[in-house]
Ligand binder design. Structure first.
Ligand SMILES: Nc1ncnc2c1ncn2[C@@H]1O[C@H](COP(=O)(O)OP(=O)(O)OP(=O)(O)O)[C@@H](O)[C@H]1O
Ligand SMILES: [Mg+2]
Length: 321
């Protein structure tokens, strides 16, 4: 809606984990390098953790884009699955036409697929996103999948990705064996205030913004503080800022607009009403300012007229001549 108004090619703060928009903070850069290294060097089990909305899925998608186009990938993001469903899903995602009727047969099929890939020099990657929600028995079963190996290396790389609860889960006594097998761990943190500033500018640039200062420093500071450096929250606030700015016909997003957008997010009704009509139902700041000035001038004029009238009637004793 606001793209044309702000001269943008596409939405800069969409909620999707699009690798094109990846901003590499120090932590993100390090984690990505570790993930690439872990998969290329066939480290077996790799664990990536990070707080909600800090960019784990975005990082994963970037990693998958960086793999050669030949590596088979199974990407599981339905953590409600139990092991039977999980296995079926994995086979399907690897492109195996399964005819298995039992769990054992599925495991045989997976083994055959992995050996065939190994012969062709490939090491398939299994990604389990949102793994913090997997039940402990399912996680333990996933460990068994890492037993597919030759004497030299793992036949499949397994990436477990999730929120910090995943780390806690891996510390459970029942998962000691899985924990021991983790070849590499990485963690991503929220952005620092300076990184949040660079992040906002980066996303605007990728979306084609000609004006690098579309968000003022004050606005960025307000957003960085409110979001605590969580990219998903930054995106939501920035998107609302652009909507609010557009509704107010304001070319530059300042701290006031950022504050308004945050207010809307905390208690959505006022702005929702305004936005849903797509017309200016609430006067812009300029209009409010002009109206206030007009009323002030009117009050002064009326007061002057009263003084002159009173004077003319002699009530003021002819003070004004
Ligand atoms: N480093 C980053 N560069 C660009 N965009 C990012 C980055 N990190 C997060 N985002 C953006 O923030 C939003 C949330 O990112 P993402 O879904 O990757 O987070 P997550 O850690 O997987 O969240 P969850 O814990 O809910 O699974 C997305 O819109 C994504 O584009
Ligand atoms: Mg995610």
């Amino acid at each position: 809606m606001y793209l044309k108004f702000y001269g943008l090619r596409e939405a800069p703060f969409a909620p999707t984990p699009d690798p094109k928009f990846l901003f590499q903070s120090t932590r993100h850069r390090e984690a990505l390098a570790q993930l690439v290294y872990g998969v290329r060097e066939r480290k077996g089990f790799i664990v990536l953790t990070g707080e909600i909305g800090t960019g784990k899925t975005t990082l994963l998608r970037t990693l998958l884009e960086r793999l050669d186009g030949q590596t088979p990938v199974a990407y599981v993001h339905n953590s409600a699955l139990e092991i039977e469903g999980l296995l079926e899903y994995i086979l399907h995602d690897f492109g195996v036409k399964s005819t298995a009727r039992s769990q054992a047969q599925r495991l045989v099929e997976l083994n055959e697929f992995l050996i065939e890939q190994h012969r062709q020099g490939r090491s398939p990657v299994l990604v389990i996103d949102e793994a913090q929600n997997l039940a402990i028995p399912t996680l333990e079963a996933v460990r068994l999948l890492s037993n597919f190996e030759t004497t030299h290396e793992k036949l499949m790389q397994i990436l477990l990705v999730g929120q910090p609860e995943l780390r806690d889960k891996l510390n459970a006594p029942e998962l000691r064996q899985l924990k021991q097998r983790v070849g590499l761990r990485c963690h991503i943190a929220p952005l620092s205030p300076e990184e949040a500033r660079l992040y906002i500018r980066h996303r605007l640039r990728v979306a084609g913004a000609a004006d690098a200062g579309l968000f003022t420093d004050g606005a960025i500071q307000t957003i960085a503080e409110y979001s605590q450096g969580t990219p998903r929250v930054i995106n939501i606030v920035c998107d609302h800022c652009l909507l609010t700015g557009y509704a107010d016909s304001t070319r530059r997003i300042d701290a006031d607009i950022a504050g308004e957008a945050i207010e809307y997010l905390e208690d959505g009704e006022r702005r929702e009403w305004k936005r849903s009509r797509h017309v200016r139902l609430v006067p812009s700041r300029t209009a409010v300012w002009a109206a206030r000035s007009g009323v002030a001038v009117l009050v002064v004029l009326v007061a002057l007229m009263l003084v002159f009238a009173a004077n003319a009637l002699g009530w003021l004793g002819g003070v004004i001549r």
